[in-house]
Design a protein around this ligand. Sequence first.
Ligand code: SF4
Length: 228
Amino acid sequence: MSNDVKLLRAVDITGEPDLPAGGFSSWLRRTRNDLSAQEGADVPCGECTACCHSSYFIHIGPEETETLARIPEELLFEAPGQYEGTVLLGYGEDGQCPMLVDEKCSIYEHRPQTCRNYDCRIFPAAGIAPAEDDKALITARTRRWKFDYPGSDDRTEHAAVQAAARFLRERADCFADEIPTNAIQLSILALKVYHVFLQIHEAREESGTTPSDLDVARLVEKALAKVE
Ligand code: SF4
């Protein structure tokens, strides 16, 4: 199973109808805000449960007592490399979350914060596919999301997020610290630093100047230091 990032193919091979993902710029602002405030995403999932079938390990912090009280202890195990008391909820052999019963989350009102934060629209936003073979259902869903571009900034901002994701993926060698190859983490990183690529685009339009890749990496590192 590969965890490497792959590009999102533009074609929807499922033949399913498009899904409105919302105006890009308003989605971007809301999502950046939700990510920093850990407020949880408001995703129009409908009947979809793709992410509950996709072999995700779910981190649960020790402060999530209402959630932990509703999950049998034998389904939880220690999360490596996380702060003390954090546990992981695993998945079955078929990749399904054990708390999904009859295609419904059996602890929905008290579901983990990780599940509340998950928004599969980050993949089409960054132009990256969920990638792993066991994420086929999410890949099919992400191909159906279509953003709107109602204002003058929507397309430019979407292009900047995708430019950020591309740069992080292709020029990881320019950074002092390791750049994640995991599709979710890379997409979130692109949302956090897209404004650097917006500024580069504006400078190129105004004066024709383009910084070197090493200079871009330093600007990205500075931007990250401010938000992390
Ligand atoms: S894959 Fe996306 S649309 Fe489907 S349940 Fe998960 S977040 Fe919602």
